[in-house]
Write a protein that binds this ligand. Structure first.
Ligand SMILES: Nc1ncnc2c1ncn2[C@@H]1O[C@H](COP(=O)(O)OP(=O)(O)OP(=O)(O)O)[C@@H](O)[C@H]1O
Length: 588
């Protein structure tokens, strides 16, 4: 027992992080403790009343006393029942509340973490923390916390009552206890190790299912159904075997507990009977004592079972609080400067140097300088990996630069609140992200408080309106996960509608590399023209039409600007741009 208590608190330590979440609800907490104590005290009072009934009723052969004690016991039982119900309710509610708060805190913290964090952590792992770990805590909090608390109070109370009832019998129990407890504790520790293994096997199994179901088209295309089913079967069997071994061990433990417990009880009864015959203990006291001893023993087994669950909860809590403890690398400045109102819509890169691996790493952008005046369109072109997307990321401060400065509307972006800075941009990604909601919800992402007429106006300008008219539920049509129900061109137009609704002064556009069919391409081009009208635009260009209309083209290679000018100027010069133009740009 000694090593258990010295090891356990350390493994349970992460649970302390739940305390502030629980303390946030002092009223419910007080009520819980109140009902907990009431139910524990009343359950401890029943054996005492029973002892009284035996000594003053049965032994004294006084039926009136038996009746009196009977009523007393019924009354106490009523109080115990109500208090137990209320305790269960309040502790479960606190559990759910804490869980919801924790889940919400983790999710909103995750959304605020920087791009680097998401580069280095797997999204699947993060969502499994959010779902899996929260589920583990949820499964345990209501039942296990309640049981652990109740059992602890019962053990202490029962021990005190045992000592008060008969110190001699208590001493006998304390001496006999290790004989029962030590083997059971040792066994239950092994069980915990085994249950961790089955947990891991199960997690592995579900990770595989998630991945393969998500990739069901790839699985079909590569005719991998049979192979993957077999792999799944193997893992499922492994998990079954691990669980069977655990169940066998558990069954042995249950048998052990039953045998050792009964043997100890018989011994105790024999010792107690001897004490009654000697006259040092009354029959009522013995009965009373036995009930307390049974209560304490029951509570003790509960505690040892709950400890295992609580360790799992501790592990999950730790994984979640780890997220909460991560501070975002990109933060608001201490004293943010206000951006000019109305917006100017200018962008300047001044000798910008950046590496994804920090100042010592190989630079991805190396001394980049350019400026975009209000209403201008500047096109970034260059071979794959030359740093075009990186420039757009830096402008939005997804990462901080290592040298030089980036200014928007004349202010260094590190001096401006992140929300203000990013509100100045509308960003259209190369592969537009479409959410699983309706068409309207997807457009509203650009400006959540927009009215229906604004949404429709944006949809018209982006030529979304014409295909929405053919959908069964119009703007309320659900487009499926990642917009699977839409064509490539429709997705692009939807993303453009979202950007139009956002109505930001600076447009950041990462044109799709893959061409659509001529008709679709034409519609997207038209939508883009509506979007770009009157806005400062920084575009990673792949369409010849976009480049022709650009005020300036910046040619990037290896993180440097190797040339700039208008399309005609650059083509006239020949060289790198002329080659690129031949290979990369497509005509509408
Ligand atoms: N999140 C990241 N972490 C580490 N390195 C990155 C990251 N994103 C890009 N890189 C690296 O930075 C370099 C520039 O990438 P970037 O995406 O900016 O190029 P690009 O010109 O936009 O290319 P493409 O036209 O293929 O999209 C590449 O070598 C790439 O491997």
């Amino acid at each position: 027992m000694v090593p258990e208590t010295s090891v356990e608190p350390r493994r349970l330590r992460p649970l302390r992080r739940l305390v502030p979440f629980i303390l946030a609800y002092p009223v419910r907490l007080t009520l819980t403790v109140l009902f907990l104590l009431t139910s524990a005290i009343s359950s401890l009072a029943i054996p005492a009343a029973l002892g009284g009934a035996i000594d003053e009723g049965f032994v004294a052969q006084n039926l009136e006393n038996v009746g009196r004690y009977g009523w007393l016991i019924v009354t106490i039982a009523a109080i115990m029942a109500i208090a137990s119900g209320a305790r269960f309710y309040f502790i479960s509610v606190i559990g759910e509340r804490v869980l919801a708060d924790l889940r919400q805190a983790v999710f909103s913290h995750l959304l605020r973490l920087d791009a680097k964090y998401f580069d280095t952590n797997r999204i699947g792992e993060l969502t499994s923390r959010l779902n899996g770990d929260v589920a583990v805590i949820r499964g345990a909090v209501g039942s296990s916390f309640s049981l652990a608390l109740r059992s602890l109070v019962t053990i202490i109370g029962a021990l005190v009552m045992m000592i008060l009832t008969s110190p001699v019998l208590t001493l006998a129990v304390v001496i006999a206890l290790p004989a029962v407890l030590v083997p059971v504790m040792a066994f239950s520790r092994r069980l915990r190790g085994m249950s961790r293994k089955t947990q891991d096997a199960l997690a592995d199994l579900s990770a595989m299912a998630t991945e393969m179901l998500g990739a069901n088209r790839t699985v079909k295309a590569f005719t991998q159904e049979g192979v993957q089913s077999r792999l799944y079967d193997e893992r499922s069997e492994a998990s079954y075997r691990a669980e069977t071994r655990r169940l066998a061990a558990r069954s042995i433990m249950v048998a052990m507990v039953i045998f050792l417990g009964t043997a100890a009880l018989v011994g105790l009864v024999w010792w107690g009977a001897r004490s009654v015959f000697e006259g040092s203990v009354s029959a009522g006291q013995l009965a009373q004592f036995l009930v307390y001893a049974l209560m304490a023993a029951g509570a003790l087994t509960n505690v040892s079972e709950v400890l295992g669950t609580l360790q799992m909860v501790a592990g999950s809590t730790e994984r979640l609080t780890e997220i909460l403890d991560t501070t975002p690398r990109i933060q608001d400045p201490k004293k943010p400067l206000p951006l000019p109102q109305p917006p100017l819509g200018t962008v300047e890169f001044d000798n910008v140097t950046f590496s994804y691996d920090g100042p010592e790493g190989e630079p991805v952008l190396d001394g980049i300088s350019f400026s975009v005046a209000r209403g201008q369109t500047v096109a970034l072109v260059g071979p794959s990996g030359s740093g075009k997307s990186t420039a757009l990321s830096l402008l939005q401060r997804f990462y901080d630069i290592d040298g030089g400065s980036i200014r928007v509307d004349g202010l260094d972006i590190r001096d401006v609140a992140l929300h203000d800075l990013r509100s100045r941009f509308a960003y259209v990604e190369q592969e537009p992200i479409i959410f699983a909601g309706t068409i309207e919800e997807n457009i509203l992402f650009g400006k959540p408080d927009a009215g229906r007429d604004e949404v429709i106006a944006a949809a018209r300008a982006a030529l979304v309106d014409d295909f929405v008219a053919d959908l069964p539920l119009g703007y309320d049509t659900v487009v499926g996960e990642r917009g699977v129900m839409l064509s490539g061109g429709q997705k692009q137009r939807l993303a453009i509608a979202r950007a139009i609704l956002r109505n930001a002064p600076i447009l950041l556009l990462d044109e799709a590399t893959s061409a659509l069919d001529a008709q679709s391409e034409h519609l997207v081009q038209l939508a883009l023209e509506h979007l770009m009208a009157g806005r400062t635009t920084l575009v990673i260009a792949h369409r010849l039409a976009t480049i022709r209309d650009a005020s300036t083209i910046l040619v990037l290679e290896g993180g440097r600007i190797i040339d700039q000018g208008s399309h005609d100027q650059l083509v006239g010069k020949g060289g790198r741009y002329a080659e690129l133009a031949k290979l990369q740009f497509r005509t509408a």
